[in-house]
Design a protein around this ligand. Structure first.
Ligand SMILES: Cc1cc2nc3c(=O)[nH]c(=O)nc-3n(C[C@H](O)[C@H](O)[C@H](O)COP(=O)(O)O)c2cc1C
Length: 187
């Protein structure tokens, strides 16, 4: 019997018609029946402020609890000026921090040791730069990152015009392959 995995999805874009959100939807369809997903985007995540870290805001607690209960984290993000979007970086800064105040164990975070993967849709660079940064950031945060089979999608001109990701060739194949690889990585 195969057990259902739990995956927390973090999306780097706030935009309603976000291509990265559409990619996350495709991934959830590919994971149907094999993993339960819970999705967070940067909306309403307060700006990280060390003066107001403990107790953590409710939204942060929910995100940390979801990750704690998950087998892995899957991040979908655009590239802004070759870098991580600010909202996602802010969420990751929160996740990098200890759960308890004055905890001498700095590895006692919601993400230390947690398995992770990433995907992205962008322009010609297909989010390669942001994924390199994210890879190094997640490793710094103690996460166990799957390096192979990362979907790096360059949107087609038709997708750019319509905001319909399905109009970019090869997207489904790439995300299906990554979903299979991530489920294997989570075993
Ligand atoms: C502030 C800003 C900076 C951007 N910089 C880049 C970039 O460096 N590389 C890139 O491929 N696309 C860049 N783009 C274009 C995004 O890839 C494109 O808007 C994408 O659709 C955003 O993702 P989303 O659809 O999930 O919101 C930028 C867009 C914005 C708004």
């Amino acid at each position: 019997m195969t057990t259902m995995k739990k995956i927390t999805i973090l999306i780097g874009s706030l935009r309603k018609h976000s291509l990265n959100r559409q990619l996350a939807d495709m991934a959830q369809a590919a994971l149907q029946g094999k993993a339960e997903c819970v999705v967070f985007d940067p909306a309403e995540i307060p700006l990280f402020d060390q003066d107001h870290e403990f107790p953590a805001p409710e939204k942060i607690k929910r995100m940390r609890d979801a990750i704690h209960e998950s087998d892995g984290v899957w991040i979908f993000t655009p590239e802004y000026n070759g870098q991580l979007p600010g909202g996602l970086k802010n969420a990751l800064d929160w996740l990098s921090r200890p759960l308890k105040e004055n905890d001498p164990d700095w590895k006692d975070t919601a993400v230390w040791g947690k398995k992770a993967t990433m995907s992205g849709v962008g322009g010609k660079n297909a989010t390669k730069s942001v994924q390199e940064q994210l890879l190094s950031l997640l490793k710094f945060m103690g996460m166990d990152v799957m390096t192979q089979d990362r979907a790096q999608i360059a949107m087609s001109p038709q997708t750019m015009e319509t905001s319909d990701l399905a109009l970019t060739e090869g997207v489904h194949e790439a995300i299906d392959a990554q979903a299979r690889a991530f489920l294997e990585f989570l075993k």
